[in-house]
Design a protein around this ligand. Structure first.
Ligand SMILES: C[S@@+](CC[C@H](N)C(=O)[O-])C[C@H]1O[C@@H](n2cnc3c(N)ncnc32)[C@H](O)[C@@H]1O
Length: 308
């Protein structure tokens, strides 16, 4: 398939004319090439639609009537080139276009950071209700990557000061780009830190984290698209729980009275339950898809740690 596409490089099939034609062609070509989705879309048609509209600088909620609009020769070339690049490089769409939406906000992304997709976004939209029982004046986004979770929290809780902690200097650069992009430098501060190491004495009503949690051996088995993401953002020891354990042990010293820890562990619930069988966490349910996020209050975490 790849050789067929390469052979036709630079020359879109003459049968293709309209926006709809290019979306349809892209979806079929993506499916034939066996692309892997999961970075903002979960199927070939949505991914093709997203890329075609982006290349044409058209809005995502384009009225259907414009799907029948014909493309100019120049537009055909640029749409064609983008669809081919997606197939030939296996780079996720968000890296190709340098941007993704999270919590209704645009975030700059590239290969220095994980592509935002955490279901925690839905919890932010609901103000972490019913789990959060105190007004958060200080919030920590631990393992911040692009900064998407912390910046979205800052917009949801305008009175809160938000710290973004991240180990990777390269990811921190992107994080700072997003702070500048959202003009929230007064409210949001990014810092280099190995988990809580640079946060001695700091306490928060809310700690939110999407740490690396994929078992080391499983990272290589993820599709080629995932290999473009930083390994540091995905892998965390033989069962994926190395950072989660450190977070559980160190979080109480950084939670205020009544404070809440929210942490994503994605598909690693089996590993989590095996490593922490009796921990009294709750698992929120998500209307917009996703799972594997636990919440636990400071008091319950301290009680559990006394016996562990
Ligand atoms: C799964 S990504 C999450 C990024 C972002 N919060 C999101 O939801 O898109 C995990 C992030 O944790 C960072 N990280 C890995 N080990 C870390 C550590 N020991 N301390 C702080 N950050 C770490 C990685 O560089 C990566 O940016």
């Amino acid at each position: 398939m790849l050789s067929t596409i390469s052979a036709a490089a630079g020359s879109p099939p003459p049968e293709l004319h309209t926006v709809r034609d290019y979306v349809r062609w892209g979806a079929s070509a993506f499916a034939r090439a066996g692309l892997v989705f999961g970075h903002g879309t979960d199927n070939a048609l949505d991914e093709a639609f997203h890329l075609v509209l982006w290349a044409l600088k058209l809005p995502a909620d384009l009225p259907a009537i414009y799907l029948e609009a014909a493309l100019t020769a120049e537009e055909k070339s640029s749409v064609w080139a983008l669809l081919r690049e997606r197939i030939e490089t296996r780079r996720p769409a968000a890296y190709l276009i340098g941007e993704i939406q999270f919590c209704g906000l645009p975030f700059t992304v590239d290969e220095r950071v994980l592509i935002p997709r955490s279901p925690i976004g839905e919890m932010i939209g609901q103000g972490f209700q019913p789990w959060l029982t105190v007004e958060p004046l200080r919030i920590l986004d631990l393992c911040a990557g692009s900064g998407c979770i912390g910046i979205a929290c800052a917009q949801a809780f305008l009175e809160a000061r938000v710290d973004l902690a991240e180990l990777s200097p390269a990811a921190l650069e992107v994080c700072r780009l997003n702070i500048a992009r959202h003009h929230c430098g007064e409210q949001v501060h990014a810092l280099g830190s190995d988990l809580f190491e640079a946060l001695q004495g700091q306490r928060y009503e809310l700690i939110v984290s999407n740490p690396p949690y994929v078992p080391e051996a499983e990272v290589d088995a993820l599709g080629p698209e995932f290999q473009h993401e930083p390994r540091l953002a995905l892998a965390a020891g033989s069962d994926g729980m190395d950072l989660v354990e450190r977070i559980l042990r160190e979080a109480p010293a950084h939670l205020s009275e009544g404070g809440l820890l929210v942490c994503e562990i994605g598909g690693s619930q089996e590993e989590f339950n095996a490593r922490f069988p009796d921990i009294p966490v709750s698992w929120p349910e998500f209307e917009r898809g996703g799972d594997g996020v636990f919440v636990i209050g400071k008091a319950d975490l301290e009680d559990w740690l006394q016996g562990n």
